[in-house]
Design a protein around this ligand. Structure first.
Ligand SMILES: Nc1nc2c(ncn2[C@@H]2O[C@H](COP(=O)(O)OP(=O)(O)O)[C@@H](O)[C@H]2O)c(=O)[nH]1
Ligand SMILES: [Mg+2]
Length: 355
């Protein structure tokens, strides 16, 4: 990684950067908050389609990290398709069984499928995978809504999972992701969760869903790494001028998203000062060149230069603070930077670093 000596930046350059960051941060903060608030006012509708016992309820409970009321309905308890509210803006439609999709191929049923953001189509890997009745239902659902993820559940109890995945992919025209999981052991459930978030992102609803998931850490990691990679592409070395505006916007975007994820609102002033401290306060240091490699996924970012590494360290410091109930202020964030650096200098491990 490139190291920059303190002398690279004059005081005049630094104060010009601060001025530019303050200005860019104000614009970015308003824009980000408006987008997030718009997103939080939306509704999400997720349809669960699949035979009774395919593991629809178990999977949803795994993903969100708690028992979702209403998706545990016993077969026969409900016959009509209707959405269950979960966390007031998020609705699950649980089809009690595929027969009902076939039988009730009615205007109302199809209407629900059309309105759905994501359809999770469940197959039981330990059963007759993609049976005729499942294929029939799939065609009906597919016509109404192509935002389908095919969930091949119970892989803990199945053989030749790869072959099953290829077959289902082939039989659905290679158009859909087929995600093998076990909602019993939890295997690959994070891949399914990421695929759902990816689909929701297309409709700008990913933050709304991410916020309701209990296990936030790996979602935060993904966002932090994505922001650092983009920051690295903006400029290896931040300079006053063109690079500062997009870099500031990116970091403000990351801060407001993390604040929303952890449901700990951040003030505009705090966000602004944190970004100034991150960018200007860390110029001329070899910071994080060695620590970043201990954060998950940081390897790809380490080569991205100062802008990328500073964004990464900023993200992980803020995440650390949120997860431990520490107030997120410019002081606490820069102290965390420093603590991480010092620990590494002394050859100690960082929190979360594998033994
Ligand atoms: N072996 C295995 N069993 C599972 C898995 N997921 C769910 N089950 C079991 O399958 C049964 C039906 O699960 P449930 O989530 O209620 O299915 P639903 O009717 O589609 O909602 C329950 O006994 C679960 O414990 C899995 O991944 N592996
Ligand atoms: Mg169920």
């Amino acid at each position: 990684m490139k190291t920059i000596g303190k002398s690279t930046y004059t005081e005049a350059q630094k104060s010009e950067m601060k001025r530019q960051i303050r200005h860019a941060a104000d614009d970015a903060f308003d824009k980000e908050m408006a987008e997030i608030n718009e997103q939080l006012n939306k509704e999400i509708l997720i349809a669960l389609v699949g035979d009774v016992n395919a593991g629809k309820s178990s999977t949803i409970n795994r993903i969100v990290g708690e028992e979702v009321a209403g998706v545990g309905a016993e077969p026969g308890e409900t016959t009509a398709i209707h959405p269950h509210a979960y966390k007031d803006k998020i609705f699950f439609i649980d089809t009690p069984g595929l027969n009902d999709v076939n039988k009730e191929n009615s205007a109302t049923t199809l209407d629900y499928f059309r309105k759905t953001d994501v359809v999770l189509f469940f197959l039981n890997a330990a059963g007759t995978v993609f049976s005729e009745s499942e294929q029939r239902s799939f065609r009906i659902v597919e016509k109404a809504n192509p935002n389908i993820l095919i969930v091949l559940n119970k892989i803990d109890a199945a053989d030749e999972v790869d072959r099953l995945v290829s077959r289902v992919r082939r039989e659905t025209g290679q158009k859909y992701d087929v995600i093998p999981i076990s909602s019993r052991t939890g295997e690959n459930v994070d891949t399914l969760r990421d695929a759902i978030l990816e689909l929701l992102k297309k409709n700008n609803k990913d933050i709304l869903f991410a916020r309701t998931i209990k296990e936030k850490s790996s979602i935060a990691n993904k966002w932090i790494i994505a922001a650092s990679t983009s920051a690295g592409a903006i400029g290896a070395v931040p300079l006053p001028g063109a690079d500062i505006v997009p870099l500031t916007a990116l970091q403000i975007g990351l801060l407001t998203k993390l604040a929303t994820l952890y449901e700990r609102p951040i003030s505009r002033e705090a966000a602004k000062e944190i970004v100034i401290t991150a960018i200007v306060g860390n110029l001329g240091r070899t910071i994080f060149s060695q620590i970043v490699k201990f954060f998950p996924g940081a390897g790809s970012v380490a080569a991205a230069g100062v802008a990328g590494t500073v964004t990464l360290a900023l993200g992980y410091s803020v995440k650390y603070a949120y997860e431990r109930g520490i107030d997120v202020t410019p002081e606490s964030v820069s102290k965390l930077y420093k603590t991480f650096r010092d620990r590494k200098d002394k050859g100690k491990k960082l929190p979360g670093e594998p033994e």
